[in-house]
Ligand binder design. Structure first.
Ligand code: NAD
Ligand code: DAU
Length: 352
């Protein structure tokens, strides 16, 4: 079956993996990637598929009503996978308005455009919104993992903006009948993640023998999922998920930050040919993140039981692949940390 799928935020970390999977796996689909190319968006993440005939890139802002409407019209969009967002908690503490704008108003703009374009002809249409486990708040160390029934209790401006966008998505289903699905996923790791996030930041700083900043005592816990597993779950849910439903996606793989950083040091030092424990001295405990959630953990049993999903990449394999990828792709890392990659966009758009 032919489909015209709009993927927003496809030049970002998770979005680029989703775009790659869909472009390669479904040559009969037309995949339109709408991305504003903020600091977090990078077309170098998609070099290997950018010339595929079923792939189209559109630079644009999800808050731009006319541009979004035009994309629905021009490409006759029948499915949306919405990933575009401001995604970094620390930035949200400094600039909460940017998060309200993109994550709330941008989502609302897309919902409204989908509603207008589909205009009640819901058959075969789907608006799939990618959300986060952070909307559920923080767990204590003895609490059971978040389920789909856990109440929303966001603490950071980032998670508050994502929670708000989730509410709008549900409201558009309940009020207008728009066919929607929401998934809430745990922390992703893997290639192409912007090195402001813990794992690529630590790998990059090991390369440069710079301090590895650990917030507080490093006791906060996150549940890590290899990014290609998330993309695979999105594919499954996009095609088999139940409209109006919510699915949690998690790694079942909880790590205290300090223990995770020690694992990364072990792998990186081995791959770099350093003596065992060489980079341990770089660990630096710094002031904690404001409102830092203690623990996230996801119960994915609904997705496993209803749609047969299960993780295939074990953490040892995933983290080895990840550290190796960043060490092998120094040009990418140096590009995104130096800002040189912005020149690439400017040149490219000047030529259009
Ligand atoms: P990212 O920051 O790497 O990428 C975000 C992308 O969105 C970038 O390409 C950026 O250019 C684009 N974008 C930002 N503002 C835009 C706008 N106004 N218009 C159009 N494009 C815009 O983010 P990520 O880590 O890949 O996360 C993707 C989605 O998944 C987000 O919705 C995030 O909340 C969610 N999520 C992330 C994780 C994670 O661990 N990274 C886990 C669960 C859910
Ligand atoms: O849980 C899903 C969320 O995971 C996504 O919704 C977010 O978009 C994504 O950014 C991520 O949020 P976190 O805040 O958990 O990720 P981050 O990599 O920023 O931090 C992971 C943990 O490491 C967290 O407890 C804070 C800590 N940390 C982070 C940085 C950047 C440090 O100790 N030092 C650091 O320098």
């Amino acid at each position: 079956m032919k489909r015209n799928i709009l993927i927003t935020g496809g030049a970002g970390f998770i979005g680029s993996h989703v775009v790659r999977l869909f472009v390669r796996k479904y040559p009969e689909y037309r995949i339109v990637n709408l991305d504003a190319l903020t600091y977090a968006g990078n077309l170098a993440n998609l070099r290997d598929i950018e010339s595929e005939p079923n792939y189209i890139f559109e630079r644009g802002d999800i808050c731009d009503t006319d541009a979004v409407r035009e994309i629905f019209r021009k490409y006759d969009i029948d499915g949306v996978i919405h990933l575009a967002a401001e995604s970094h908690v620390d930035r949200s503490i400094k600039e909460p308005f940017a998060f309200a704008r993109t994550n709330i108003m941008g989502t609302l703009t897309l919902l409204q455009a989908a509603r207008e374009a589909w205009n009640g002809a819901w058959e075969g249409k789907l608006f799939y919104h990618i959300s986060t486990d952070e909307v559920y708040g923080a767990l204590g160390s003895e609490d059971t993992p978040f389920t789909e029934a856990t109440g929303y209790d966001p603490h950071s401006p980032y998670s508050a903006s994502k929670a708000s966008s989730d509410h709008f998505v549900r409201a558009f289903h309940d009020t207008y009948g728009l066919p929607t699905i929401i998934t809430n996923c745990s922390n992703n790791y893997g290639p192409y993640q912007f090195p402001e996030k813990l794992i690529p930041l630590v790998i990059n700083n090991i390369r440069h023998r710079k301090p590895l900043p650990i917030y507080g005592k490093g006791e906060n816990v996150r549940d890590w999922l290899y990014v290609e597993e998330h993309a695979r779950a999105i594919d499954l849910i996009f095609h088999k998920g139940k409209v109006a439903d919510t699915y949690n996606i998690g790694g079942g793989n909880e790590w205290r930050n300090i223990d995770l950083v020690r694992v990364i040091i072990g792998v990186a030092d081995r791959l770099l040919g350093n003596p065992d424990g060489y980079s341990e001295e770089l660990i630096t405990f710094v002031t904690d993140r404001a409102g830092h959630d203690l623990r996230y953990a996801i119960d994915s049993s609904k997705l496993e039981q209803e749609l047969g999903w299960k993780t295939e990449v074990q953490f040892e394999e995933g983290i080895e692949k990840t550290v190796r990828w960043y060490l092998d792709n120094e040009e990418w890392l140096d590009g995104v940390t130096s800002g040189d990659y912005m020149k690439y966009y400017d040149e490219m758009y000047d030529k259009r």
